[in-house]
Write a protein that binds this ligand. Structure first.
Ligand SMILES: [Zn+2]
Length: 224
């Protein structure tokens, strides 16, 4: 199914509970349950924030400004080391020359790459790693899932991929150069946009849309 969710994820003030979560989980329709104070107290100022994530700026790393980190004080068991992340991972066909997004080690590696959160992130609890999210997204798609062209053939997308994973199947299908290949790449871009949109919605200040979409767009244009 091809949907364009970029309009929704471009809005920085999305309510966390209204994010599009269909196809997110094996168990179907899941909603993120939170006990955010702004649900209890509607008068609570949005700027007085208790968001789990924040976009920290100014913060310069490798010539880019801003990084995704946790809000609040320093948390134990968290690595705050800045790293450059390919928003379209190269193991999923992302272009090596895409603009990277700066993310701290624990969110980058543990959460996004491996689906483990050292701080109990509700985003990771619902969506898992980007590979887990995309695997479910494709398998729930009438066009690309088992009832369609079955891109993944029962395999899962993983980090770092490899010959027994679904990664080479996805990449090969996106590189075929036909209409279906472009539609598949577009669906992958949409899915990953939605995934990062969960972090955007859960962060204050919010992760800028362009910080992850730039790499996705560049990779989409360079798959062939
Ligand atoms: Zn990465």
């Amino acid at each position: 199914m091809l949907t364009n969710e970029s309009d929704a994820t471009q809005k920085s003030n999305l309510d966390f509970e209204t994010m599009p979560l269909a196809n997110v989980s094996d168990s179907g329709n899941v909603t993120i349950q939170t006990s955010r104070k702004d649900r209890i107290n509607p008068d609570k100022c949005k700027d007085d924030d208790d968001a789990l994530y924040k976009w920290q700026t100014p913060y310069l790393y490798q010539g880019r400004n801003g990084r995704l980190t946790y809000g609040g004080g320093t948390r134990s068991g968290v690595s705050y080391q800045p790293q450059g992340h390919h928003s379209w991972p190269m193991t999923l066909g992302g272009d090596p020359s895409q603009t990277l997004i700066t993310i701290i080690d624990s969110i980058h590696n543990e959460e996004i790459h491996y689906g483990r959160s050292p701080v109990g992130s509700p985003v990771i609890a619902v969506a898992g790693s980007i590979y887990h999210y995309l695997t479910n997204y494709l398998n729930n798609s009438p066009t690309f899932g088992p009832n369609g062209i079955d891109v993944l053939q029962g395999r899962r997308l993983t980090h770092p991929g490899g010959q027994t994973s679904g990664n080479p199947l996805l990449i090969a299908r996106m590189q075929q150069g036909d209409t279906t290949a472009r539609r598949l790449a577009s669906a992958v871009r949409n899915a990953m946009t939605t995934y990062y949109g969960l972090f955007q919605a859960g962060s204050h200040p919010p992760v800028p849309y362009s910080s992850y979409r730039q790499g996705l767009d560049y990779s989409y244009d360079h798959i062939i």
